[in-house]
Design a binder for this molecule. Structure first.
Ligand SMILES: Cc1cc2nc3c(=O)[nH]c(=O)nc-3n(C[C@H](O)[C@H](O)[C@H](O)COP(=O)(O)OP(=O)(O)OC[C@H]3O[C@@H](n4cnc5c(N)ncnc54)[C@H](O)[C@@H]3O)c2cc1C
Ligand code: FES
Length: 289
């Protein structure tokens, strides 16, 4: 059975809404069916309530088979997510998911670099948790960038990460619980964050790897297109395998409207692929920016 075969349409119930600075939210939803199969990098097409007719695509931040819940993290940029953020505990919405291919772990990889920018952080955070929990024995490091305050508590950490020179050693609390070394970057000058781009942190870490280690390493990334382009360039220069999760505007999210198509290189030929059902995760080498 492929991912395309197990998309559920279900009535879900808001369990909690947690608000963070700069209109960022984590919404926890009871969704018994999709919570059983949702994978990192997959997304749900979420009814937002209010006057919003079209649903909005949101990546899973987390899913719990035991609790039957899924979580989303978002910033309210427009009417849809603003309406979603206003829903209260017990309110019902319809969600469709899990959609898309998601991240996978290819054989032969011993290390993974997680790179997330802004609202692209949720799927890579979920991937980090998944790799840790399923105990694939893969070494992990994470780099996150944001130009608004990070929607997590940050805290001092003793986790050591070679190649990143920061006077204050900070990490995202979820990463610390999982013992995943993590560094943050921002152009906004937040304390403990590298002042600059997230790819600069990743580059300084990659420079510490031997050629053999590079072949055993894969990059998982999601974020704004400019960040993904920089990540793809970095991976190409250092010959690292790299997969990127794309975000496109979506009208149907089930492959029917072709509104989300992007040009990709496949078997030496240019082809149009739908981000919703053929992606949202693609090999960096396949993509044009
Ligand atoms: C697979 C996937 C996963 C995603 N995961 C997340 C996530 O985890 N968290 C998160 O915060 N966001 C995520 N997004 C992005 C989110 O779905 C969009 O930003 C969504 O449009 C926001 O809805 P809104 O109603 O709040 O804003 P919208 O009303 O959709 O507007 C958002 C912004 O985009 C502009 N805009 C609207 N429509 C178009 C258009 N057709 N073309 C160009 N610009 C347009 C608006 O002017 C506005 O500035 C994801 C998107 C995809 C495809
Ligand atoms: S959103 Fe309709 S085909 Fe992808």
């Amino acid at each position: 059975m492929t991912n395309k075969d197990i998309i559920f349409e279900e009535k879900a119930e808001i369990v909690d809404q947690v608000k963070f600075e700069s209109d960022q939210f984590v919404t926890i939803v009871k969704a018994e069916k999709s919570s059983q199969t949702a994978k990192p990098g997959q997304f749900a097409f979420v009814e937002c309530g209010g006057d919003t007719l079209l649903r909005r695509p949101l990546s899973y931040l987390r899913s719990s088979k035991e609790d039957g819940t899924v979580e989303f993290m978002y910033k309210t940029v427009g009417q849809g997510l603003e309406s979603l953020s206003q829903l209260k505990k017990g309110d019902a919405i319809k969600i469709m998911g899990p959609i898309g291919n998601g991240f996978t772990i290819p054989s032969g990889k011993e290390s993974a670099i997680l790179i997330g920018g802004g609202v692209g952080i949720p799927p890579v955070l979920f991937m980090g948790e998944e790799i840790k929990e399923t105990k694939h024995g893969i070494n992990l490091v994470a780099f996150f960038g944001s130009e608004i305050p990070f929607p997590f508590e940050t805290c001092d950490s003793n986790l050591d990460m070679p190649g990143t020179d920061l006077s204050v050693n900070k990490t995202i609390d979820d990463m610390e619980k999982l013992s995943i070394p993590c560094r943050l970057s921002s152009q906004a000058g937040y304390e403990g964050c590298h002042l600059g781009y997230v790819t600069e942190l990743a580059k300084s870490f990659i420079e510490t790897l031997s050629d053999a280690e590079k072949t055993e390493t894969i990059i998982y990334a999601c974020g704004p297109e400019s960040m993904l382009e920089a990540v793809a360039k970095l991976a190409k220069e250092d010959q690292l395998d790299c997969v990127l999760s794309l975000e496109e505007y979506m009208a149907c999210a089930i492959g029917g409207c072709a509104g989300c198509t992007v040009k990709v290189l496949e078997d030496g030929h240019e082809r149009m692929k739908r981000v919703c059902v053929d992606g949202p995760v693609f090999d960096a080498e396949q993509l044009y920016f």
